[in-house]
Write a protein that binds this ligand. Structure first.
Ligand SMILES: [Zn+2]
Ligand SMILES: [Zn+2]
Length: 452
C-alpha cells in the first residue's frame, strides 16, 4: 500500500472482490469468521436490541450493486449521488454490506464518487457537502490519499498538552514505535481534510480509513474531528503464570501511525482492510458523539501502555518502566467518560464495550504482573459485564482467583470452583486455546487436593 502517495484511492481495493465472494446475497450471510473482540462487543449490542434501527449512515465510495436485496432495502433502491453507468461496484458494495453486518437495521445513503474506478476528489467533496446537511448519524470514507510520514509534521494530541508526564509518555511510545500525535498539516493533494472537517462540524460522525501504509498517513483520516479507523491484529501471549495478555502487538504488525479507533481481530479474517465500515456500523449502534473523543483518547493511552507491557513482561525492556505502564493505564481508566458507572455495573453502551474493555483487561493484567493483584479484580469483573463473550476477562479472573486460592487466602475451594467456571466460559468463547486447557487442569488438580 506504500509508494502511491498523492493518489486518491479506495482502501484495500484489491481485496474487495475476494471479500464480496464470501457474501451470500440470497441469505444475507457472510461466509467469513466474524470473530474477535470487535464482534464480541457487536454481539452483545445485538443481544441488547441495538441493531441500528432508526439510524442512517452515508457511504462515500465506488458504485454499489443495488440488486443485492439487503443493500436495495437499506438504501431505498437508489443512490443519493450516482456515478456513470458501468463504474465498478465491488468496493462500495463490500463497504455498505459490512456496515449492515454490524448495524443490520440501519438505513444507508449511497454516494457513488468514482470515475473509471478511481474516486474523484471533486465528487467526494460534493458528497461531503451534501452529507453535512443530510442529517445522517455517520459517514464512511473507506478511501483517502496516502501521505508519506516524513512530509507530515506532528503535534501531540490534545489531552497530552497538560499531562504531567507528557515527555515521558511520548518518549516511551516512540521507543515502542507508537505515536500519540496527529499531523499539524496535511500535504495531500487533493486534500479532503477541510471538507471532512466541515461535514463533521455539522454533527455526523465522520469515519475514514487509517490506511495500511506503515510509513505513511491517510488523508482525510488525519483531519481534526474525523475518526481514523484502523485494524490491529489480535495476538495472544502466554506467560509463565499462564495468564494472558489481551492485545499484544505482533512484531510484524503494520498500520498507519495515526489511528483513533483500532479494531482488534485475529489474522486471516478480514485482513487489515475495511476497518472504516465496521467503525461506521458501530457508530450506528449508538456512539455518543459528545463523549467519543474522550473515549478514543483513553483508548490511545491504554493502547500505548499495551504496546510496552509485553516487552517488560518478557524482559526485553527494563522492569523499571512497569510503574509508568501502571500509571498510564490508571490515566486511561480515569479519563474514560463512563468509567464510574461501568465499574459500578450500572452502565452499558457500544462505545464503552469497544473502547474500555481492552484497557480494563490489560490494566488488570499489568496489576497482576507488577502491581497489586487485588486491584485487578474489579477491572476484570467490569470487563466481563461489558462484553460477556470476551474470553480474556474470565481467563485472567480465573488465574487471579486460582492464585489467591493457592496462597491460601479466603475459601480456597470456593475460589477454585469460581475459577473453574470462569475458565470454562473462556474455553467456550475460544475453543482449542491451549492455555485455557492448562489452566483448567491446574484448577481441577487443586480442587482434588482440597478434596472439593
Ligand atoms: Zn488532507
Ligand atoms: Zn458508555
Amino acid at each position: 500500500m506504500t509508494g502511491q502517495a498523492g493518489t486518491l484511492r479506495l482502501e484495500s481495493a484489491a481485496a474487495a472482490q475476494a471479500v464480496l465472494d464470501r457474501y451470500d446475497r440470497d441469505t444475507g450471510r457472510w461466509h467469513l469468521p466474524l470473530v474477535g473482540e470487535f464482534w464480541d462487543a457487536v454481539a452483545e449490542a445485538h443481544r441488547r436490541g441495538l441493531t441500528g434501527h432508526g439510524r442512517r449512515a452515508a457511504v462515500v465510495d465506488s458504485a454499489f450493486d443495488l440488486s443485492i436485496p439487503a443493500l436495495h432495502a437499506a438504501s431505498g433502491g437508489a443512490p443519493q449521488m450516482a456515478a456513470r453507468a458501468g463504474e465498478p461496484t465491488a468496493h462500495g458494495t463490500v463497504v455498505a454490506l459490512l456496515i449492515l453486518a454490524v448495524a443490520p437495521d440501519a438505513q444507508l445513503d449511497l454516494y457513488e464518487t468514482t470515475a473509471d474506478g478511481v474516486p474523484d476528489g471533486f465528487a467526494v467533496r460534493a458528497a461531503l457537502r451534501r452529507i453535512a446537511l443530510s442529517g445522517v448519524d455517520a459517514a464512511c470514507l473507506s478511501l483517502g490519499v496516502g501521505v508519506p510520514r516524513h512530509e507530515v509534521t506532528v503535534e501531540p494530541a490534545d489531552s497530552l498538552a497538560d499531562a504531567s508526564f507528557t515527555d515521558m509518555l511520548l518518549g516511551m511510545f516512540a521507543a515502542a514505535g507508537r505515536q500519540v500525535a496527529r499531523p499539524r498539516t496535511c500535504p495531500a493533494s487533493p486534500c479532503l481534510c477541510e471538507a471532512a472537517r466541515a461535514a463533521s462540524a455539522q454533527g455526523p460522525i465522520i469515519v475514514a480509513a487509517a490506511g495500511n501504509a506503515v510509513d505513511g498517513v491517510f488523508c482525510p483520516a488525519v483531519a481534526e474531528g474525523v475518526v481514523s479507523a484502523g485494524f490491529q491484529l489480535d495476538a495472544r501471549e502466554l506467560t509463565a503464570e499462564q495468564t494472558e495478555l489481551a492485545a499484544a502487538i505482533p512484531p510484524d504488525f503494520a498500520q498507519s501511525d495515526v489511528t483513533d479507533l483500532t479494531i482488534r481481530q485475529p489474522a486471516g479474517v478480514l485482513g487489515s482492510s475495511f476497518a472504516a465500515p465496521l467503525a461506521t456500523g458501530a457508530a450506528l449502534l449508538g456512539f455518543d458523539g459528545a463523549t467519543l473523543p474522550a473515549m478514543m483518547d483513553s483508548a490511545r493511552f491504554g493502547g500505548g501502555a499495551d504496546a510496552i507491557l509485553p516487552a517488560i513482561v518478557k524482559g526485553d525492556w527494563p522492569k523499571e518502566l512497569a510503574p509508568y505502564v501502571l500509571r498510564t493505564h490508571e490515566h486511561a481508566i480515569a479519563a474514560f467518560p463512563h468509567m464510574p458507572d461501568i465499574l459500578a455495573g450500572t452502565h452499558w453502551c457500544i462505545g464503552s464495550a469497544l473502547l474500555a474493555t481492552t484497557t480494563l483487561v490489560n490494566a488488570a493484567y499489568a496489576e497482576m504482573q507488577f502491581g497489586e493483584a487485588d486491584r485487578a479484580e474489579p477491572l476484570l469483573r467490569a470487563a466481563r459485564r461489558l462484553v460477556p463473550d470476551n474470553p480474556h476477562a474470565p481467563a485472567n479472573l480465573a488465574a487471579l482467583l486460582h492464585n489467591r486460592a493457592r496462597r491460601g487466602a479466603g475459601d480456597p475451594a470456593a475460589l477454585c470452583r469460581e475459577a473453574l467456571d470462569l475458565v470454562l466460559v473462556a474455553k467456550a468463547a475460544r475453543p482449542g486455546y491451549q492455555g485455557y486447557d492448562e489452566r483448567e487442569a491446574a484448577i481441577r488438580r487443586c480442587l482434588r487436593e482440597l478434596g472439593a
